[in-house]
Design a protein around this ligand. Structure first.
Ligand SMILES: [Fe+2]
Length: 349
């Protein structure tokens, strides 16, 4: 086991080298990134064969990386979930051989749709940091939450990956008055300006990150950001916070933002232009092995239909052409939804 851990750590260190100002910079540009979310460790996970065949330079775990909803004070469920996930063959192979980053969502946080009120979140975070082998000097060890960022690649071809923590600080959501009614299945938008998605420390940190130089910024939010048309968890449940994010991108003049999300047990592509500094494209990929086949919902800013079978997401970058291609891929690795965006479009006007 020790040798396997070392191999994974070595792979990440080859990709990431310390650069000026503590930023993570390496010389080799990223052109192939894959990501996914919602991996149930109690069910088979055949999709990893396709993920590995795609040969990503980087894989991003977007949350619900295990299902360990907590029912006892010793967090037995979450501990068992991680112990089981550790020996899922495909995931283990990926963790050994592919540089990767991870952030959590509600089911590896420990409470369905949980937010800042969760009492055992420090214990849950410790289990996360252990499983994902965070280095002893990792900044996440010395602050609240699990938000994190790295920049990879040489000037002119830098990819900044920003992983947001949408759990640790989040205010309570406003419950629906009509469960399962289309558009308000679980929650209603709450305009209360005092409510927060990221919390003040993470917002300040995010502003600093967005002011750092990068040509492409993959902003990873476990829950959907610009998606409309449903009343499950999404940034639209706290509309002031959603707008704050769009305004922050505009104010910092942060070019190149593309949004990656999960959580929904369906996949889809979205493109939002209202209230944004430039068209914001979002790719949602979920689930790696626990699909929700019955998924149909309105999609006012969605590109095409939702995809309800197991899937992972890919980000292909053509630096010469200046294009980023986002794809949802099925269990065979075939693209079932795809859109492309030009980097020159992703600049505040
Ligand atoms: Fe999930």
């Amino acid at each position: 086991m020790f040798a396997r851990l070392c191999a994974a750590a070595l792979a990440l260190s080859l990709l990431l080298a310390a650069g000026p100002g503590g930023a993570q910079v390496a010389q080799k540009p990223l052109v192939r990134i894959a990501f996914g979310s919602c991996a149930d460790q109690t069910l088979p996970q055949p999709i990893w064969d396709a993920v590995l065949a795609y040969r990503p330079q980087l894989f991003i775990f977007g949350g619900d990386n295990v299902y360990g909803d907590v029912t006892t004070a010793d967090l037995r469920d979450l501990r068992t979930a991680y112990a089981t996930a550790r020996i899922v063959p495909g995931m283990a192979r990926l963790r050994q051989s592919v540089p990767h980053l991870a952030v959590w969502d509600d089911h590896d946080y420990g409470v369905n749709d949980g937010g800042g009120e969760v009492r055992f979140k420090a214990e849950s975070k410790a289990l996360f940091m252990d499983f994902w082998e965070l280095a002893a000097d990792d900044p996440r060890r010395s602050r609240d939450g699990l938000y994190h960022a790295v920049t990879i690649g040489p000037p002119g071809k830098r990819v900044q990956v920003i992983l947001l923590d949408t759990r640790w600080f989040r205010s309570p959501l406003k419950p629906t008055d009509q469960r399962d009614a289309p558009g308000k299945e679980r929650y209603l938008p709450d305009p209360d300006p005092a409510k927060t998605m990221l919390g003040s420390a993470q917002w300040a940190w995010l502003e600093e990150r967005l002011r750092e130089p990068a040509e492409l910024r993959l902003v990873v939010s476990s829950i959907q950001v610009v998606a409309e048309g449903h009343g499950f968890e999404r940034w639209g449940n706290l509309p002031a916070e959603r707008q704050r994010l769009l305004d922050l991108i505009r104010r910092t003049e942060a070019a190149g933002v593309v949004l990656l999300s999960g959580d929904r047990h369906l996949a889809a592509l979205y493109r939002e232009s209202a209230g944004t500094p430039y068209p914001l494209v979002e790719i949602t990929s979920s689930s790696l092995n626990r699909p929700y086949h019955g998924s149909r919902e309105p999609g006012p800013n969605r590109l095409g239909g939702v995809y309800g079978d197991t899937n992972f997401g890919t980000v292909d970058i053509d630096w010469w052409e200046g294009t980023v291609t986002l794809a949802v891929r099925d269990e065979a690795g075939q693209a079932v939804r795809r859109t492309a965006v030009r980097l020159e479009e992703l600049r505040p006007r």
